[in-house]
Design a protein around this ligand. Structure first.
Ligand SMILES: NC(=O)c1ccc[n+]([C@@H]2O[C@H](COP(=O)([O-])OP(=O)(O)OC[C@H]3O[C@@H](n4cnc5c(N)ncnc54)[C@H](OP(=O)(O)O)[C@@H]3O)[C@@H](O)[C@H]2O)c1
Length: 293
């Protein structure tokens, strides 16, 4: 497809879908984009979450849309609705933010949990992107894929989550290269640790995984893993990075003239990506041992 990329100016009238808008980063991002003049389709799984969001937005520029990214019918229905509502304008932005985090020693991760992790954070993201590419192409719009610092470094006890983030990074790189000729820009936003409800959910999933593992296997990891979970949650609590910093980065990607391939939010995300690029494996292993052993 030929033609010049349209210059992005903040908000007004441009339609954006944010998945996983019921809580945490997605919620703040959806509200902030709506306040900045975008028309936000806020992806939620529960009707009540959508109602709360619409109330908090309070200016009519936020439309809740039910979408479970792991359910093909739900994705198709959401895409049809957004296609109808945006009409000839198309969709300017898709923020693939919905995600879960399975944390446990890999020996203890039940295959069903690994499938759920990959289905939600990888397969579901691509399914949503595929379904919305027609209106995105129409608007010569932008896809923002939310990964994490763990898309650069695979940390012990977060193997399931890191494998999803690495896969999402790869999907994003390929999409960026494939969709450039179509006028659709694709960008990764990698947040570092930010205190959101995800941290409470991580502990619940971790507890279930350890309870389901054979006793003698769980015993090999339990103490170190529990220390790791506590350390991780503490890092998130003490992190100076806020959901608003993430939302600002997404807003930047959606409004800057030429978005870069990758943005990192928070000093920890930047540090991890530098370490991954400069340290040989043995040195990186030593550094990670200081956290997990
Ligand atoms: N917080 C951090 O420190 C951090 C750091 C790096 C990256 N991230 C990434 O940022 C994203 C948002 O995380 P968060 O911290 O804001 O977590 P969160 O508060 O737990 O929010 C996760 C969102 O994803 C939604 N979701 C989960 N499964 C879904 C599915 N199958 N279909 C549709 N929506 C689904 C949840 O909806 P329900 O409420 O319906 O479950 C919720 O809205 C995730 O992709 C995460 O990997 C977070």
């Amino acid at each position: 497809m030929n033609g010049r990329r349209r210059r992005a100016t903040p908000g007004h009238g441009r339609a954006v879908l944010v998945t996983g808008a019921s809580s945490g980063l997605g919620r703040v991002c959806a509200l902030r984009l709506a306040a900045g003049g975008f028309h936000v389709f806020a992806g939620v799984r529960q009707e009540t979450d959508g109602e709360r969001l619409a109330q908090d937005a309070a200016h009519g520029r936020l439309t809740p849309v039910r979408v479970d990214v792991t359910d093909e019918k739900s994705v198709a229905a959401a895409a049809e609705r957004i296609g109808e509502e945006t009409g000839g304008r198309g969709l300017w932005g898709l923020v693939n933010n919905a995600g879960i985090c399975v944390s446990a020693p890999l020996e203890c991760v039940p295959p069903a949990q690994l499938r759920r992790q990959l289905d939600t954070n990888v397969v579901g993201q691509l399914a949503v992107t595929q379904a919305l590419l027609p209106p995105l192409r129409q608007a010569r719009g932008r896809v923002v894929n939310v990964t994490s610092g763990l898309g650069s470094v695979a940390i012990p006890f977060l193997g399931a989550y890191a494998s999803a983030q690495f896969a999402k990074e790869a999907l994003t790189d390929v999409l960026r290269r494939e969709l450039r000729p179509h006028g659709v820009a694709v960008t990764v936003v990698q947040p570092g640790a930010i205190m959101t409800p995800i941290w409470g959910k991580v502990s619940d999933v971790a507890r279930d995984a350890m309870a389901g593992a054979p006793g003698q296997v769980a015993a090999l990891y339990r103490d170190k893993f529990e220390q790791f979970l506590a350390y991780n949650e503490q890092q998130a609590k003490e992190s100076p990075t806020r959901p608003e910093d993430f939302a600002r980065a997404v807003g930047h990607v959606l409004t800057v003239r030429r978005p870069k391939a990758r943005y990192r939010v928070g000093a920890d995300a930047r540090r991890v990506s530098v370490l991954a690029r400069v340290l040989p494996d043995a040195a990186l292993d030593r550094y990670l041992r200081s956290i997990t052993e």
